[in-house]
Each structure stands twice: as structure tokens, then as C-alpha cells.
Design a protein around this ligand. Structure first.
Ligand SMILES: [Zn+2]
Length: 239
């Protein structure tokens, strides 16, 4: 299920119950369940973040686009896929991008036991660290879904939990023009708010390797080509 649909559904439940817990668990920018990194007051900066990879069909092409324009990005990897595609993980790291933990199998962590939460986070970090030989310092919860213990475990492991302030639903077949338009409008909205953009895009799909995400690569290329004045940063530039 798409995160935004779930957030919408959760909002209805929360309103009906008169509670804010679902909002705290699912809102990308809520800080109620613990501090998360979203975006600082630097309206000229953009963190391009790519979730659910590595993906043999797409990630290498995305790396080419980013390299061509000298752009550094952040990749939140699914540990199970990292185990299956270690050379691709090495390529992402060798290109200078930041690599983060996106759990082992992409469950909704807000509804999991603490034991499962620990397994998911430790499993993904181990998968990445076995390949790269370096510590993983950033974590993004699948669907942004969390509760306090999710963030506590991430912090215990020395990771900064990262959310976002722009999501474009690029897992849907929107077409490049529509996707690019969503990115443009979101960046503009964040600039007007006086904050950087931390955009979630996808080079993979959590249901399995091989997801079709070439429109994301094409939209990335067009956006970068049209916005050479922007400072593109990894989320590690922000804390
Ligand atoms: Zn994801």
C-alpha cells in the first residue's frame, strides 16, 4: 500500500478516534514520537534521496545521471536487496553517495514487536556493513511509519532517523512530466517556507528486485539539468 494512501487513511481513523497517535506514527514531519531529521532552514539546498534499492534494473543508470552532473545523493537500501546485489552497493558507495538503512524487509515498523524492529534494523546495517566495511549512520523507516521504540533502537545503533518533506508517489506510473512537475512544485513550496527539500524518490520497489523506476531516473536527470544553481547534498550535510 502506498504511504500517502495510508497516511490519508490513518488521518481518518485518527479523526474518528479523536486521537493523534496515528498522525504521530505516520506524518513525515511529526516529531512527537522522537526527533527525526527532515530539512533545515536552507532553502537553496536539496537532498535527493532514493529508497528501496539497490535495484539491478535502475540503480546503475541513476548513478550515471548523478555522476554526469556531479550530484551527491542519499540511498536508503533494503538489507535483503543489499545482500543480493553487493557489487551494486559497492558502486553506490564508490560514487561517493551516502548510504542509509531502510530495514531488512521493509515492514510497517509502527506495528511490529520490539524484537522484530531490532532484527530489521540490525539485519540491514549488518548487510550493508558486511559489503562496505563501514558503519551505517542514517536510517529511514519504511513508509515513515514509527513509534518511539523504532527511533530509540535506531539511535542506540548510532543512526540518525531521517524522514522527508516531499514525496512524489513515483511508485505509480505517473509519467516523467507529471513526476517532474510534482518535484518542481514541492521544491518551490519548501523554498517559500524557507526550508531545504528532502525528497523521497525510489530507485527500487520493496516488493522485489527489478521494479520499473526509469521514469524516476529520467525525472531526476531533467530536474538536475534545469536546476544547476541548487546545492545538492547528502542528508549527512544536515546533522
Ligand atoms: Zn521504502
Amino acid at each position: 500500500m502506498a504511504a500517502a494512501e495510508m497516511i490519508g487513511g490513518a488521518a481518518v481513523v485518527a479523526a474518528a478516534a479523536g486521537g493523534a497517535l496515528a498522525w504521530a506514527a505516520l506524518s513525515p514531519e511529526s516529531q512527537i514520537f522522537g526527533r527525526t531529521l527532515v530539512a533545515p532552514a536552507r532553502p537553496d539546498e536539496i537532498a535527493l534521496t532514493y529508497d528501496d534499492g539497490p535495484n539491478p534494473q535502475v540503480t546503475a543508470q541513476l548513478l550515471e545521471v548523478l555522476a554526469k552532473h556531479g550530484v551527491r545523493a542519499t540511498f536508503f537500501l533494503i538489507g535483503g536487496f543489499a545482500r543480493q546485489c553487493p557489487s551494486l552497493v559497492r558502486e553506490v558507495a564508490a560514487a561517493g553517495h551516502l548510504i542509509g538503512n531502510h530495514t531488512m524487509t521493509h515492514p510497517w515498523l509502527a506495528w511490529q514487536t520490539e524484537r522484530r524492529i531490532r532484527e530489521e534494523l540490525h539485519g540491514a546495517s549488518a548487510a550493508i556493513e558486511d559489503v562496505l566495511g563501514q558503519r551505517v549512520k542514517y536510517f529511514r523507516a519504511p513508509h515513515g511509519a514509527r513509534r518511539p521504540v523504532v527511533l530509540q533502537v535506531a539511535r542506540e545503533m548510532g543512526m540518525v532517523p531521517v524522514q522527508w518533506n516531499l514525496i512524489c508517489q513515483d511508485w505509480k506510473p505517473l509519467g516523467v512530466d507529471e513526476l517532474l512537475g510534482r518535484i518542481e512544485r514541492g521544491v518551490e513550496r519548501n523554498r517559500r517556507r524557507g526550508v531545504a527539500t528532502n525528497v523521497v524518490l525510489h530507485d527500487g520497489g520493496h516488493l522485489g528486485l527489478g521494479a520499473e523506476r526509469m521514469d524516476t531516473v529520467r525525472a531526476t536527470e531533467r530536474f538536475i539539468a534545469q536546476h544547476a544553481d541548487v546545492r545538492y547534498v547528502g542528508v549527512d550535510a544536515w546533522g
